[in-house]
Design a protein around this ligand. Sequence first.
Ligand SMILES: [Zn+2]
Ligand SMILES: [Zn+2]
Length: 648
Amino acid sequence: MIRITFPDNSIREYEQGVTGLDIARNLSNSLAREVVAVSVNNEIWDATRPIRSDASVVLHKFDTPEGRHAFWHSSAHLMAEALEALYPGIKFGIGPAIENGFYYDVDPGDGVVITETDLPRIEEKMYELSRKNSAYKREEIGKKEVLDLFGAKGDEYKIELIRELEDGTITLYRHGNFTDLCRGPHLPDTSHIKAIKLLSVAGAYWRGDEKRKQLTRIYGISFPKKQMLDDYLVMLEQAKARDHRKLGRELELFTFSQKVGQGLPLWLPKGAQLRERLESFLKKIQTKHGYLPVITPHIGQKELYVTSGHYEKYGKDSFKPIHTPEEGEEFLLKPMNCPHHCEIYKSKPRSYKDLPIRYAEFGTVYRYEMSGELHGLTRVRGFTQDDAHLFCRPDQIKEEFIKVIDIIYTVFKAFDFHDFVAQVSLRDPENREKYIGSDENWEKAEQAIIEATQEKEMQTTVVRGEAAFYGPKLDFMVKDALGRKWQLGTIQVDYNLPERFELEYTGSDDQKHRPVMIHRAPFGSMERFVAVLIEHTAGKFPLWLTPDQAIVLPISEKYHDYAEKVLKFLNNCDIRTLIDSRNEKIGKKIRDNELKRIPYLLVVGEKEEAEGTVAVRRQGEGDQGTMKLEEFGNFVTNEVKKQLEHLD
Ligand SMILES: [Zn+2]
Ligand SMILES: [Zn+2]
């Protein structure tokens, strides 16, 4: 007998060789129908794999990330089986589960093209195959036999992957007529996959290398219930309507130019003003928290980044160094602001009494991204971080951390992100050589983050192996109005840059000490934050932030003079107002400006002019009645004040 420990610490005894599925059956039949994978001593396994010794076990249904991963990975295999049936000779690259669904990169063969019009046929085949209830069977065999197997199929991509694996046994998964190289885990059988939708087709270079063959990437998603797929497709439609690239164009916030270059956003006046307001909003909070502004150039000597270690990290795969006419001078576009801020810290001697020092800069950085990876404002090649670096004594880390968490909370509150989780990313204890810095320092830093989150009573998940190369970090994931997750807000402890730049302060003991550095960016970057905000609000920004707060709509040309008077009055009240003086019917003016997400539409005609009033419409909510000009001015001013109240 073996002892199985459950998450609630209860223990049951089972025969040796019991599987997760057996355990589920033993608990309840309905559970057995839903179990898709199992954690055995924190390793994710097939629910059908025999457990041979005492273990702690967690059963996963589709509602856990582990469960979904196994589900979608198995669906990728099912799609591959369907593709093999429909396109004999097709070759396979990789087919992973992703955050929402799965994809497979395939090479359909010379002259064969798979397009979106083929997706329904592939989907149909997948349904047909899923109904065969084929079991996913795990096999462990020697590397040579695996090479022979895939060699016989002539699958050059799989062969390349197998050759790179260490000698020894390799796991394969078979179901129906399909065999794949795979670590697993997978579903017990294909019948779990009840709802399938293939979503799109894209090109993807083999191994992300532009010099190698472009494969066809087919994206799909699947669910254990039809209703779940229907709900997901409704959400996708809503997401399409909120796509920040579409709304960014319609609301005239930003644009891109092929001539300027891919991934380099151009902020239009309305977008630039919105961005400036975001900056002042954060500057105000930061000033209150004792931050000091600094400004640094967009390039720096290569040596600067060699010292910081960023050259090693970004140098090879990024923009090439800039050479000047003078011999030996080499500059890099700055990939990070931190090295510059370290040099500012170094510009004069520091005492323990000066610390903490908090330098803040909206600093623009440049990082090369492959053209296929670029996406609107969320993946770009040049972006502005709401960056700050805090230099403090080791005994101040926790307190500084807590203060940054407070700033992030304020930001989330101001933009109505109530639903968020935090992730503490620690180093992978198995691969310590991946990280810069001493063991002792890493442990201290990790401890400080964990204590800070405990003191703020935050719900966190702790993930080992997710830390950056220079320090552990705390990341916030927010859920937007459609329930999609975005990473916003990062706080990162760094013991390494102070070491590399030999930063010092004189302690109360008159000795030299190293300060600790904390990097933090509540927005992440202005580009990414605006993208998330557009998608979260569907372009209906909070009144204080929105580019235009009101627009005056004269019923006909006769009332233009009065409209001008209204405009002047409101602009004097600091209410950002426009006039729609087009020669259009009032109905059309209302419809067009509703689409522009302008919060207040002010209709003026004979009656309004006579009474000194405006007929107020709220965007999306319709008629709000008539108000005296002054009354409306106060009304808007108060609404803005109320939105920003909690900041004071
Ligand atoms: Zn697999
Ligand atoms: Zn930094």
